[in-house]
Design a protein around this ligand. Structure first.
Ligand SMILES: [Zn+2]
Ligand SMILES: [Zn+2]
Length: 398
């Protein structure tokens, strides 16, 4: 396995055609979180053909491929997410989504294609390969629900994984550039629901009712200032109410008002403080208007993605050897979240970003129906992944 980074990069570029075809196949057949049945079938088929040990139905629709090299070495996992989003694609291409209302608008089709091709290239060199590579294909990242059951199913324990790596493609970064950042790099996410209960009645006689809408309106205005009041200025957090549901008619005071929103932060202490202050604040404001508030945090919760120093520096070196020193940059953290954070809480490793910006720089954001990737970024991602895996698998010292 004594290949140099340049050779890995050339190998990745030789695979471009197959990589693009595979990505387009997933793009044409997107599947929502925990419904990735066809996707899982294709993954399992390819891994079987490459003679990996394959586990299917892990956390419902997840797949794990285990590749044991013939030389002694370390056990390293590569994690890719595989699900699509509930969107109707605007792009008109032969490989555009064939499923109305479902679209790969985050690049997970590319993540899946890269991870499969990575497995195939490593498998073809099994005789020279040290250690054991564990390819983790995780479902349901978009609803922040797939990582937890995969970890519970023991994907890092059997065999015992020492480090875990992965990449996210990004249209914010030009092709040929790789963003590698240590410390907090993606925000935590907590989804909340506040239900305010009052007493319904006639709109002309509010004094005989308890209007939950007045309480809800004050809560929405107030929670915005919670961040300013509770979070130190050098920390970062966002608290957004994205939905208010209440009422049926202009002259009826409803009985309940429901609000839903999200909290994003990088520091675990800030995260916990905002959650507890939001709860206390909503309850007390509702009480001030004689109503009652109940705050629930449910589903879609994940800590911040935090990359530890040493494996991050290792990835930085691997990336630089593939794209050159000028191609690697640190950049800032992003407020988006990813449940790769749960893997990185269990094992050291690094989650980094690879550029797929369209050549004309007309960038549609991820999760937009106009989202489009520059496929020239796929072999770059594969090249870095190959460099990371083959060096990480070597017995220490690497
Ligand atoms: Zn996404
Ligand atoms: Zn994503």
């Amino acid at each position: 396995m004594a290949k140099t980074a340049i050779e890995w990069s050339q190998e990745a570029h030789r695979r471009r055609e197959g990589l693009v075809a595979l990505r387009r196949d997933f793009h044409r057949h997107p599947e929502l979180s925990f419904q990735e049945r066809r996707t899982a079938e294709v993954i399992a088929e390819r891994l079987h053909a490459a003679k990996l040990e394959v586990r299917t139905g892990v956390a419902k629709t997840g797949v794990v491929g285990i590749l044991r090299g013939d030389r002694p070495g370390r056990t390293i996992a590569w994690r890719a997410d595989i699900d699509a989003l509930p969107l109707t694609e605007r792009l008109d291409a032969p490989f555009s989504s064939g499923t109305p209302g479902v679209m790969h608008a985050c690049g997970h089709d590319g993540h899946t294609a890269i991870a499969i091709t990575l497995a195939e290239i490593l498998a073809a060199r099994r005789a020279e390969m040290p250690g054991t590579a564990v390819l983790v294909f995780q479902p349901a990242e978009e609803v922040i629900s797939g990582a937890e059951p995969m970890l519970a199913a023991g994907v890092l324990d059997e065999p015992r994984v020492e480090e875990v790596y992965g990449l996210h493609l990004t249209t914010l970064t030009p092709v040929g550039m790789v963003q590698v950042r240590s410390g907090p790099t993606m925000a935590s996410a907590d989804t909340f629901e506040i239900q305010v209960t009052g007493r319904g009645g006639h709109g002309a006689m509010p004094h005989l009712s308890v209007d939950p809408m007045i309480a809800a309106a004050n809560i929405v205005l107030g929670v915005k200032s919670l961040v300013a009041a509770e979070v130190a200025v050098q920390e970062t957090a966002v608290l957004t109410v994205g939905q208010i549901v209440c009422g049926t008619k202009g002259n009826i005071i409803p009985e309940t008002a429901t609000m839903r929103g999200t909290i994003r932060a990088f520091d675990e202490g800030v995260r916990e403080q905002l959650k507890s202050r939001l709860t206390a604040y909503a309850v007390d404001i509702a009480r001030a208007y004689r109503a009652e508030a109940r705050v629930r945090f449910e589903g879609g919760a994940t800590p911040a993605v935090v990359n530890p120093e040493a494996p991050t520096e290792f990835v930085r070196q691997c990336a630089a050897s593939v794209v050159g020193e000028a191609g690697v940059y640190e950049g800032g953290p992003v407020m988006a979240s990813d449940d790769m954070s749960l893997f990185l809480r269990e094992r050291p490793g690094c989650y980094f970003r690879v550029g797929i910006q369209p050549a004309d720089r007309r960038v549609a954001p991820h999760h937009a129906p106009e989202f489009e990737m520059n496929e020239d970024g796929l072999p770059v991602g594969l090249g870095v992944a190959l460099s990371v895996m083959h060096r990480a698998l070597e017995p220490r010292p690497r």
